[in-house]
Design a protein around this ligand. Structure first.
Ligand code: NAG
Ligand code: NAG
Ligand code: NAG
Ligand code: NAG
Ligand code: NAG
Length: 259
């Protein structure tokens, strides 16, 4: 009976999924508070691609190799990890798991990755009856493009709109620059907006034409770090408890024995 109970795994899952903002090439703290008496702890990516990130007392797995810093030696209840040199592939759902007194704990963190870009839209000029709009974007993430919008609608090449895009790499700085020129004979009374979009990750506008920092955009690190543990009782555990109580009540009804 006892063996049967011992085989039942108690799993406690944190109810909150904290969202953490990380910036490409930067570093980010993935928070996890664990218990003093843990015997084991690990981090893994659950989505989009399940893979180990860090396993206590084991060597780093390849993709995260050399990019994980732990704090356990400073604080034995700190199972957080610092992930450095963030890549676009790092975006996703992570879980921190640890085992304490036979109970497994699991909490989730969603890492949202964004890339910084400076965006410079220059004044429209008129040449040969055409209105011309220019946009120049510079950033570290290559999988990006310039999107023009007017009244919230995406603009694309058509009979009346000519959009020409170019991409360049600055080998010295490793920065990518994207140019876009939009010309039209249409008589818009609003100026089209130039935005930068990136594949799978989000983009953050950090500066404009004069290189000045935009207000209110920084690097929002870990927000709201609360831990509300939500207990999920597996059906097996409920059944186990029931059997255990049954077993106890049977013990009580038997004449006392000693061995
Ligand atoms: C863990 O340690 C890091 C680095 O000192 C700190 O920033 C973080 O707040 C700590 N986290 C917890 C959950 O104690
Ligand atoms: C992280 O980036 C720094 C600076 O760009 C570089 O020197 C270092 O080798 C990188 N580390 C890893 C593990 O990629
Ligand atoms: C990621 O953060 C950006 C803001 O930086 C936000 O617009 C976007 O919706 C977030 N994405 C997810 C999946 O949380
Ligand atoms: C679009 O503009 C570019 C230069 O701005 C020009 O070379 C190209 O011929 C134009 N394409 C059309 C279809 O008008
Ligand atoms: C982008 O535009 C800037 C100025 O508008 C120009 O100096 C630069 O050469 C252009 N780059 C490309 C790749 O067209």
């Amino acid at each position: 009976m006892r063996t049967f109970l011992g085989a039942l795994m108690v799993l406690i899952v944190s109810g909150d999924e904290t969202t953490i903002q990380g910036v490409l090439d930067d570093s980010v703290l993935l928070p996890c508070t664990c218990s003093e008496s843990k015997k084991y702890f690990d981090w893994q990516m659950d989505e989009p691609k399940p893979m180990p990130v860090f396993i206590y007392n084991e060597n780093d797995s390849s993709r995260y190799k050399g990019r994980i810093k732990t704090f356990l030696s400073e604080n034995s209840t700190n199972c957080s990890i610092l992930l450095t040199n963030i890549t676009a592939e790092d975006q996703g759902k992570y879980s921190c798991r640890f085992k304490s007194e036979g109970v497994y704990y699991k909490s989730f963190v969603y890492l949202n990755v964004s890339a910084n870009y400076s965006v410079c839209q220059t004044n429209n000029s008129v040449s040969g009856g055409l209105k011309v709009f220019q946009c120049k974007v510079i950033g570290r993430y290559r999988e990006a493009w310039i999107q023009w919008t007017l009244h919230g609608q995406n603009l694309t090449n058509s009979k009346t709109i000519n959009i020409t895009n170019t991409t360049n790499t600055d080998a010295a700085t490793g920065l990518y620059s994207f140019n876009s020129s939009l010309s039209t004979e249409l008589n818009w009374n609003l100026t089209p907006m130039c935005e930068v979009k990136a594949k799978t990750i989000s983009t953050t506008f950090i500066s404009g034409c004069d290189g000045t920092k935009a207000a209110g955009t920084g690097n929002p690190q870990a927000d709201r770090m609360r831990h509300r543990w939500l207990t999920i009782l597996p059906v097996g555990l409920v059944l186990g408890l029931f059997l255990f109580l049954l077993y106890l009540s049977q013990l009580r009804s038997l004449p006392p024995t000693r061995n």
